[in-house]
Design a binder for this molecule. Structure first.
Ligand SMILES: Nc1ncnc2c1ncn2[C@@H]1O[C@H](COP(=O)(O)OP(=O)(O)OP(=O)(O)O)[C@@H](O)[C@H]1O
Ligand SMILES: [Mg+2]
Length: 402
């Protein structure tokens, strides 16, 4: 069956059904909705009616979006699958310039595949496979099999956007490094104090590239595991102990303090402990980094762990999947500058950073994207609640088993 097109199967069934039949008019069938008077099946000269009617009866049993067109490319019949999937857009699909030019060039026994994008009422990518089949007495029709490829199209666009963004983000520090190398070779060749200064900046840019690559690799690993549900059990107390250890060097001597408040005897939940620790580290790192704004003011970071239903969570929901089940909620709060409401739904997008903050210069914009993918893998939930001037709360919820 390898290499067989869906429209091969359709054409095969159609030919079987049409074989040896006489002519009969197709009466009382639902016609495709199309404003083009030229496409009105009532006006189209009927080809071998009996063969056609028999063919259509069989085609209507095939669970695919199928159209039967006359030799001029006008719709003679739209199968139930086509109606269900494309409804009123069928006329627009057949009239699409790409489809029309493929139909004009279609000879007997030929087939053609056309990809097209419909922009109204919503963007939709459609792949049409056409095949002209002989139905006897010198007549032929065109069978069209339609596929909705919008999802693949969106994934493909996201992939290309991602590559463009990632290369843009890497290009900026790379351009700075190249510039400084030129300066060190030329104007600053005999200026040791300037050399030291430039080398310091260069080390910073190299570290930025390193961090970006580390984040990209982490994101790609998380995405690769996203469709495999985690098999382990996560003990909240053990997670908090690791988070306390791993954040100690970040907090040491800085303006931020971490206050942990954990309910007693919290049950374990299904998940990947390393990933849950990663989520909390990313959130606490953000609270440390952005909590003090441009100043060095003291930041109080809270980490509160409770057993809760997702309905108890407040704030903007970012990609919720959790139902009404019970689970474990980790809330990371800070008393920093807060985030304007309009940014909240977009924070988990890759490379999204809030304009005009320290984040534009220091962050990669990937930390919360990683958080979101990990939470999705766990069927969990993330809400963000922020008040400008008061602070921000990120709450992560993981379901308990059952
Ligand atoms: N606690 C917070 N307070 C204020 N703004 C925040 C806070 N957490 C996140 N943000 C904003 O959300 C943006 C996205 O955060 P995210 O963690 O995804 O990326 P990043 O911190 O810029 O990069 P990375 O985490 O990879 O270093 C940040 O750039 C920042 O503008
Ligand atoms: Mg971050």
């Amino acid at each position: 069956m390898a290499g067989l097109w869906p429209e091969d199967v359709v054409a095969g069934m159609a030919l079987l059904a049409a074989g040896g039949m006489g002519w009969r008019m197709v009466a009382g069938r639902r016609r495709a909705a199309t404003e083009d008077p030229g496409s009105d099946p009532a006006r189209a000269a009927p080809p071998s009616a009996d063969a056609l009617s028999r063919m259509i009866e069989v085609l209507d049993l095939v669970p695919a979006a199928i159209l039967v067109l006359d030799a001029g490319g006008r719709i003679l019949h739209a199968g139930p699958g086509a109606w269900e999937l494309f409804g009123d857009s069928l006329g627009a699909i057949v009239r699409h310039p790409a489809a029309q030019s493929a139909l004009l060039r279609l000879h007997e026994g030929d087939r053609a595949e056309v990809d097209m994008v419909l922009d109204v009422p919503v963007r939709r990518a459609v792949r049409a496979q056409f095949r002209r089949v002989d139905i006897g007495r010198g007549e032929s029709v065109v069978l069209a099999t339609l596929l909705d490829v919008s999802e693949q199209d969106a994934v493909e666009r996201m992939r290309t956007d991602f590559v463009a963004y990632a290369s843009h983000e890497l290009r900026t520090p790379l351009a700075a490094l190249t510039g400084f190398i030129e300066t060190l070779r030329g104007p600053a060749a005999d200026d040791p104090p300037a050399q030291q200064r430039f080398l310091g900046v260069m080390a910073g840019q190299a570290a930025r590239m390193q961090r970006l690559l580390d984040r990209l690799l982490m994101l790609s690993r998380v995405q690769m595991s996203e469709h495999r549900k985690p098999r382990g059990q996560v003990n909240p107390a053990a997670v908090i102990a690791r988070v306390r250890d791993e954040t100690a060097p970040l907090l040491d001597g800085g303006p931020a303090t971490l206050h942990i408040d954990m309910a007693d005897d919290l049950p374990s939940f299904p998940g990947d402990s390393d990933q849950v620790v990663q989520v909390l580290l990313n959130l606490i790192e953000n609270a440390i980094k952005y909590g003090s704004g441009e100043s060095d003011r003291a930041v109080r970071i809270g980490l509160r762990v409770r057993q809760a239903a997702p309905s108890a969570m407040v704030g903007v929901d970012v990609g919720a999947t959790g139902g009404a089940r019970n689970g474990i909620a980790f809330a990371v709060t800070d008393n920093g500058p807060g985030i304007e409401a309009r940014h909240l739904p977009r924070l988990t997008e890759r490379f999204y950073r809030v304009e005009g903050t320290a984040a534009r210069r220091t962050g990669t914009g990937l930390g919360l994207a990683i958080v979101k993918h990990i939470i999705d893998r766990h069927d969990g939930r993330l809400t963000i609640d922020s008040v400008v001037g008061r602070g921000t709360a990120f709450t992560v919820w993981f379901p308990l088993a059952g």
